[in-house]
Design a protein around this ligand. Structure first.
Ligand code: H53
Length: 824
């Protein structure tokens, strides 16, 4: 401990240039972070060296988004020096918790996809998998959300302003990134046509490394994020003629590439800068991968034995064309050889079946920005369509007539003709990869049967499932110390590394003393949340209420509106005196809406309007409260999830690819109210469906309802309570003086077809909520179920998911000889 204290003081003085006596929390947080980083860097260097020494096959995870959140507490726990640091900082006059508050969330992602990537890096580090995460170091991450007059207002997330003590910027290792220009043809000595791309513009990519430690194992992997740097400092011509601003203009323009994260989630924006971001990060990454590979290899055909590249969604799919370009134009390989290398190296994860989220890029844009890549994509397509024709004419598909074949080719082509001629990035990713995986069992089945059914017939082995998981280090151990300590005191700490060990809790569910201790841990977390809400929102929570939580991105398919209709109905029953047996509850909502997503923003407004009315109504507010948590982010989730008793997972069946929040809640002992969707299905199977509150129509039932003509008006007319709730929303009951403010929401349900079947599931949802309320009155039974939920969540560890990827997709083994023991 004395060593850590000395290091912290040294950093305050020599790294931060401050007086150690000044006692600024900001300085002491930074100094502590630097002292922790010092303890990681040796192991990071050793880890990197061991990959070369052991000729390890490496995994590269390419993702345009990561959501690491805060690093301090997690890193202290991984190093096993949390207690030491707590005491050291207390000796220096600080509470560790307060210092941790100084850190800004690294919000380099939108939601589930980015957070999954961060969980996966944590698991690779812990399992000893030789892995790297690659992405973009955005200067501005996901916007900061404030709620003003009930509405979402976006503010810039200037997380870099205060510096980032965790990152190493490597300004000396720059990689060139080219755009635009033209392609020249030439003939090589064997008479083969060759191509050279001469670029118009060049930008530089600078690596920033963030170290990702494994749990108690000395294995530290790298998250390498690229930052754009101009290759011109000043244009001296401008400078000399006195035009100073003109002289720096190009520099500013180039560096715009990594300026800001696109804040949309599952809505494609299709902007030129976004494509630039994708290519910028992909080419820098591929160059870096090949640089490392070429240190030990000359023969490019050995690449797939040394390198596995996982594409996180289609955002990095242009990597396939980029690797082809390098192999063809720089290494001068033949097409077939280059293509084999590519397909054996790449694998692709699909995260959505929502049509609006499937990326396409206009051919005209690609032709201009990446002319050689567009040529390569055309060639991939031509060869692929010939192959389709060959397979279709072979015995399996011999029945196909020409018309069907033409349709098949149109459906699977990399190029879509309408509404504008575009490249389908998912098709490029499927054709250019040896593995395509979905992220939960139902999702993968839907990929095979619906979205990519043609590809499933063409390549029956390619599509496979890897159900998502979450890291127990952050989402149980670090976020929920009261519960973790209780668990550890009964079954030891092995569960942090091997989550299946939680099954040892099962017999304890029958032990009244353990149940009481379990409840005490939950209450401690509820009180912590209560204190936080008081500080941030100046509101007093009732900790004896059932804490009912719906936090995630705001999206119509996630159906926050269904939850809101339940709140309004409960409010009406209480007002009308029809709810004598109502179980008091506080309903929490939280989440960000894409700034361009009108309906999602209006939903936020409606939630806040209902909250204001309900909370101000003294007839009901001792029994029902609604809280909107502004600026939902990773660190907020770490506070809220441990305090949650009811987890809302109520998406339209078939629409949530997996969900990972669902897992975090159950792991922390919340019971789930949910639909038969995504990974919630597998959770129900693992836990026992009777221990969750499952309701609503299943995916196949919805398909048939749609086919037979779904008429939301029937539900409106047939259900008095539903009608009352919708009419109130449409009137100015929640928006005094602003009649019609929420009419778009209601019209969308009643006259817009209710694409997400809110009305169809309303009555069943109410029934399930009633069951929830009733069970909550029986605290012993509730606690028993809570314990069993957590005990049966072992499968949903990201360690299990990563082990499956390593074995079944990457063919990568963990590093041998990792020492166990505290790393400090
Ligand atoms: O990815 C999560 C899933 C979740 C899904 C989410 C996601 C994004 O956050 C962004 C884009 C996208 O295509 C999918 O919605 O269901 O759990 C991780 O797989």
């Amino acid at each position: 401990m004395e060593g850590l204290k000395k290091d912290v003081i040294r950093h305050v003085v020599s790294s931060l240039g401050s007086d150690y006596a000044s006692k600024s929390a900001y300085n002491y947080y930074n100094a502590l972070a630097l002292a922790v980083r010092d303890r990681l860097i040796d192991n990071w260097i050793k880890t990197q060296r061991s990959y070369y020494d052991e000729k390890a096959k490496r995994v590269y995870y390419l993702s345009l988004e990561y959501l690491p959140g805060k690093s301090l507490m997690n890193n202290l726990h991984c190093l096993g020096i949390y207690e030491t640091a707590r005491k050291a900082m207390s000796d220096l006059g600080f509470s560790l918790e307060d210092l941790a508050e100084q850190e800004w969330d690294a919000g380099l992602g939108n939601g589930g996809l980015g957070r999954l990537a961060s969980c996966f890096l944590d698991s690779m580090a812990t399992l000893g998998i030789p892995g790297y995460g690659y992405g973009i170091r955005y200067d501005y991450g996901i916007f900061h959300q404030v709620i003003e007059d009930g509405k979402q207002v976006e503010q810039a997330d200037n997380w870099m302003r205060v510096g980032n003590p965790w990152a190493y910027e490597r300004g000396q290792h720059l990689f060139p990134v080219r755009f635009f220009g033209e392609v020249k043809n030439w003939t090589d000595e064997y008479g083969r046509l060759r191509h050279t791309w001469t670029a118009g513009d060049t930008v530089l990519a600078m690596p920033c490394d963030m170290l990702v430690p494994g749990w108690d194992n000395h294995h530290v992997i790298n998250m390498r994020l690229w930052s754009a740097r101009s290759d011109v400092e000043f244009d001296l011509d401008f400078f000399n003629t006195g035009n100073y601003l003109g002289a720096v203009e190009e520099k500013i323009f180039d560096e715009k590439i990594s300026k800001v994260l696109y804040p949309s989630d599952q809505i494609e924006e299709g902007r030129e800068l976004r494509l630039k971001q994708q290519y910028f990060f992909v080419t820098a990454t591929i160059q870096d991968i090949l640089r490392r590979f070429r240190k030990k290899h000359q023969d490019m055909t050995e690449l797939p034995q040394s390198v596995a590249i996982q594409l996180n969604d289609t955002h990095p799919a242009i990597a396939i064309a980029e690797l082809m370009r390098i192999l063809l134009d720089e290494d001068l390989l033949d097409w077939e050889v280059a293509w084999d290398i590519c397909v054996s190296t790449f694998a692709y994860t699909n995260h959505t079946i929502l049509p609006e989220a499937l990326e396409t890029w206009p051919v005209s844009l690609l032709e201009r920005m990446l002319p050689r890549h567009m040529q390569i994509i055309y060639e991939i397509n031509a060869r692929f369509l010939r192959e389709v024709e060959r397979v279709a004419r072979s015995e399996d598909c011999g029945q196909l007539c020409h018309r069907d074949l033409d349709h098949l080719k149109q459906r699977v082509s990399l190029i879509q003709e309408r509404p504008i001629k575009s490249v389908r990035m998912a098709h490029l990713a499927i054709i250019g990869s040896h593995s395509v995986n979905g992220v939960a069992a139902l999702h993968t089945e839907l990929l095979k049967a619906r979205v990519f059914d043609d590809f499933q017939r063409l390549y029956p082995q390619k599509i496979n499932n890897k159900t998502n998981g979450v890291t127990p280090r952050r989402w149980l151990w670090s976020a929920n110390q009261p519960l973790s300590r209780l668990i550890a005191s009964h079954i030891g700490t092995g569960f942090v590394r091997n989550l299946d060990e939680l099954t040892q809790l099962e017999p304890l569910a029958a032990d009244p003393a353990f149940r009481e201790a379990w409840r005490a841990a939950k209450l401690e977390n509820k009180q912590r949340l209560q204190a936080y809400i008081k500080r941030k929102l100046m509101r007093e929570l009732h900790t004896e209420h059932l804490f009912d939580v719906h936090i995630k991105r705001i999206h119509e398919y996630k159906r926050q509106v269904l939850n809101l209709l339940h709140v309004v109905t409960a409010y009406n029953r209480l007002r009308h005196g029809q709810a004598a047996d109502f179980t008091p509850r506080t309903v929490f909502f939280g989440g960000k809406a894409a700034p361009s997503y009108f309906m999602a923003k209006r939903i936020i407004h409606a939630i806040n309007a209902v909250a204001a009315t309900v909370n101000a109504d003294s007839r009901v507010n001792d029994k029902l409260q609604v809280v909107y948590l502004p600026n939902y982010c990773v660190s907020q989730a770490e506070r809220v999830i441990p305090a949650t008793e009811l987890s809302e997972q109520i998406s339209t069946a078939g629409m949530e690819a997996s969900g990972t929040g669902n897992m975090k809640f159950a792991l922390n002992g919340a019971l789930t109210i949910g639909t038969w969707d995504g990974a919630t299905i597998e959770m129900a199977q693992a836990i026992g469906p009777e221990l969750l509150f499952i309701f609503g129509m299943r995916e196949d039932e919805l398909v048939s309802l749609r086919q037979h003509g779904y008429n939301p008006m029937l539900y409106y007319h047939g259900d008095e309570e539903l009608r009352e709730a919708l009419d109130m929303l449409r009137s100015d009951a929640f928006s005094p003086g602003q009649h019609g403010l929420f009419a778009p929401l209601v019209d969308n349900l009643l006259h817009g077809g209710d694409r997400f079947f809110v009305l169809a599931d309303y009555r069943q949802y109410l029934g399930a909520q009633q069951d929830v309320g009733r069970l909550y009155l029986d605290q012993e039974e509730w606690t028993r179920r809570s314990i069993l939920n957590a005990a049966r969540m072992g499968f949903f560890s990201s360690d299990r998911a990563i082990s499956q990827y390593a074995r079944e997709i990457w063919d990568v083994a963990p590093m041998a000889g990792l020492q166990n023991g505290k790393g400090a």
